[in-house]
Design a protein around this ligand. Sequence first.
Ligand SMILES: *Cc1c(COP(=O)(O)O)cnc(C)c1O
Length: 406
Amino acid sequence: MNAQESTFAAPTEPHVMQTYGRLPIALSHGEGCQVWDTAGRRYLDALSGIAVNTLGHNHPRLVAALRDQVGKLIHTSNYYHVPLQEQLAAKLCELSGLTNAFFCNSGLEANEAAIKIARKFGHDRGNTNPAIVVFEKAFHGRSLATLSATGNPKVQAGFGPLVPGFVRVPLNNLPALEEALAQNPNITAIFLETIQGEGGINPAHMQFLKDLRRLCDQHDLLLMLDEVQCGIGRTGKWFAHQWAGIQPDVMPLAKGLGSGVPIGSVVCGPRAAKVLGPGNHGTTFGGNPLAMRAGVETLAIMEADGLLDNATQRGGELKAALEAGLAGVPGFVEVRGYGLMIGVQLDRPCGALLTQAVEEAQLLISVTADSVVRLLPALILTREEATDIANRLVPLIKRFLAAPAP
Ligand SMILES: *Cc1c(COP(=O)(O)O)cnc(C)c1O
């Protein structure tokens, strides 16, 4: 370790509310999958702001488009037509096969809209006490409704009473789901992440997704797939459910859609698209021209540069390198995921790896569900960078697993 690396020290923030456990660095600028901190140290970014910076940092075409947009209009309000909304909605519908989009500013807002759609879908059918099926280990956000839908007691602790109207079942367990439907005639929707992100990179099985589609059709329920983290090309398809060849009725999106500019959307098919009407829902910032331009450009650049294929190729290489490097190492369980949404399951809590990755390997990663190392690099990742992530991470994990328990 050189002298510079020994100087990690958390900046003091006496005025910022202490809601995050932060690493002891502050980032100043980036280029592609590289970022630099305020002390001049360079990192390989294998997290891209938690699946947000789809195009990496400082993408020349995105930056030019955003500069152009800032000089024209940033915000107008939804009192007026916003032509870029229709442009982005049309593109999302073309890519998903769905029919209409609503725009907001974040993942939880997209999920709030989905929950409101599910409830009103029930009310429209004379069901004044609608319920929504949700899943164990789910994460849908931190507003009261979305934390109530979330299946993590740590997210809910201290904020009761929870919003009622959610029925929880285990993921990938069809009999449990059928039982819940049989017991509760008020259920109007089934709501899940196509691939659970915060819960530890747990994919809904393809057959389970097909079964859900069939059950929703049979029982007149909405299938609502939270693709806030796994959507927008992350898994090598535009949307993760496309691997299973099905379509949802309601699909919340956010994180990667604006490549760093805050944005959210709920995209709906014909059964859900007309549930909300004038006066039922809205947001001041949602659908503003800057965010819409970011979405339009992100999708156009992804298409022009073949980033879905890149996610599949680089993700395959990264997974293979991690599996090869960790095979047989005591404490390593498995590598999971699709494309560039990858989890490395260990047999023990490994939060300590976050700091070790920063300080000893100049690598930005995340640890979720206590014992899963999560990798969500930008979709522009090169082959060399995929190899580089594995070359930095494998020795780190090996050293961590070999160390005696603290
Ligand atoms: C991040 C995330 C959310 C919440 O998004 P915010 O923008 O943080 O509100 C919801 N659902 C999933 C699947 C997520 O990964």
